[in-house]
Each structure stands twice: as structure tokens, then as C-alpha cells.
Design a protein around this ligand. Structure first.
Ligand code: HEC
Length: 195
């Protein structure tokens, strides 16, 4: 039987509706992964841009206060455009608001094992569809390697005393110091409900 163009379109649309209503498909996951990688790129770009602006204007001490006041807002903006949640976490926190949940903790630990096994942290990521409160949620994490510059000025072993004073004042429970180049400083962490 020969279908009219309209009948073909209606058929295709019905199929699309059917697919959209069905359980998470591999293709959806691929799209979510691409979308998440893109969101990380944008988020990281914004954070780094703001950080470097602050460093140029007044060195690490001035940049510290910029980071302290701007990071949360940048994460909120990134979350809104992603349509889920975009943030950072770590095994050794500076801001305790960034504390990992159980799933994130497991992934952070697996990143450490992967690093110890010789994997490049710049390419390390993990994604998974998990069930949270009865909902299917796509979760994605990407490791954040510690670069010598500019990270160590504020996360390294030798921190300028002026910077240290500001750090102690803003983050009295800071654990995010003593890093060396190539270690994993933390990870980007994203999540989004898929149905
Ligand atoms: C000018 C100082 C400064 C520099 C340079 C800096 N950071 Fe930070 N970093 C901070 C501050 C301040 C926070 C806490 C931000 C907040 O309150 O959310 C932070 C938080 C983080 C977090 C979130 C997890 C946590 O511990 O709360 C990660 C991950 C991170 N930094 C990675 C890096 C990396 C990677 C670099 C290098 C590209 C870097 N930082 C450079 C000051 C700095």
C-alpha cells in the first residue's frame, strides 16, 4: 500500500511519541551525555573566565573573594540552562555546600582508583541512569585535574600568607589545600530527571 506524505508524517510522529513515552533508550542517554558534556564546557569556561579576571585584577587574594561570591551564582545559571543541576564536588572540600552524596562519593573514589591505575584525569568521566525517589535520573561526573597554574596558588602546598589569611577567614574548615599538579581536585557533577 502506498502511503501519502501526510500519512507517513503522522506515522513518524506517532512513533516519536511512542519512543518519548517509553523507558530511557540508549539514544536518549547518548543525547543526555552530549548535552552534559556541553554544559560542563560552558560552566568551566565561565568559572575560569571569572577566576582569571580576578587574578589579573588583583592576584589570588582578590580572586579568592571573586570565587567565593561568584561560584554559586555561576552554578545556578548553569543549572537553569541545563534544566537540571550543575555543580562541583570533591573528596577534600573547601565549601561544604559542595559535599558529595553517596553516589558522587563512590564515583570520586573510583576516579582515584582510575588515576592510580594510570588513566589521564583530563579525560575521566562517568555517567549512569539511576533511580532517585522513584524517578529516573541521568547523572554525569567529570574529573577536574589540578593544573599547576592557576590552581596551586589557592589549592597547593605553599600558599601565600595573605591568601592563607583570607582562606582561613572564608573557609575555616577548608580541606582543599596541599594538592600537587596532576592530582584530581574534584569533579563536575550534573543530574537531570529524565521522566
Ligand atoms: C584564587 C583562588 C583559587 C584558585 C586560583 C582556584 N581555586 Fe578552586 N576554589 C577556590 C575557592 C574560594 C573555592 C570555593 C568556592 C565556593 O565557595 O563555592 C574553590 C572551590 C573549588 C572546587 C569546588 C569543590 C570545593 O572544594 O568546594 C573545585 C573542584 C576547585 N576549586 C578546583 C579548582 C581548580 C581545578 C583550579 C585551577 C584551574 C582552581 N580551583 C583554582 C579558590 C581558588
Amino acid at each position: 500500500m502506498k502511503m501519502t506524505r501526510k500519512a507517513q508524517m503522522v506515522g513518524a510522529m506517532a512513533l516519536m511519541t511512542l519512543l518519548a513515552a517509553g523507558p530511557a533508550l540508549a539514544t536518549d542517554e547518548a543525547a543526555l551525555l552530549a548535552e552534559s558534556r556541553d554544559a560542563v564546557k560552558q560552566f568551566f569556561g565561565k568559572l575560569k573566565g571569572t577566576l582569571m579576571q580576578g587574578m589579573k585584577a588583583g592576584g589570588p587574594n582578590a580572586a579568592m573573594t571573586v570565587c567565593n561570591t561568584a561560584a554559586t551564582g555561576i552554578a545556578k545559571q548553569a543549572s537553569a540552562s541545563y534544566g537540571g543541576s550543575v555543580g562541583r564536588t570533591s573528596l577534600k572540600l573547601r565549601n561544604t555546600d559542595n559535599a558529595p552524596d553517596a553516589w558522587e562519593l563512590g564515583v570520586l573514589e573510583s576516579f582515584e582508583s582510575r588515576l592510580a591505575a594510570g588513566e589521564d584525569p583530563a579525560k575521566m568521566e562517568h555517567h549512569e541512569v539511576v533511580s532517585m525517589d522513584g524517578k529516573q535520573v541521568f547523572r554525569y561526573m567529570k574529573a577536574i585535574p589540578t593544573a599547576a597554574k592557576p590552581c596551586l596558588a589557592c589549592h597547593g602546598e605553599k600558599i601565600d600568607p595573605t591568601v592563607e589569611i583570607t582562606l582561613n577567614r572564608l573557609y575555616p574548615e577548608d580541606k582543599a589545600r596541599g594538592y600537587t599538579e596532576g592530582q584530581i581536585r574534584g569533579a563536575f557533577t550534573l543530574k537531570k530527571e529524565i521522566q
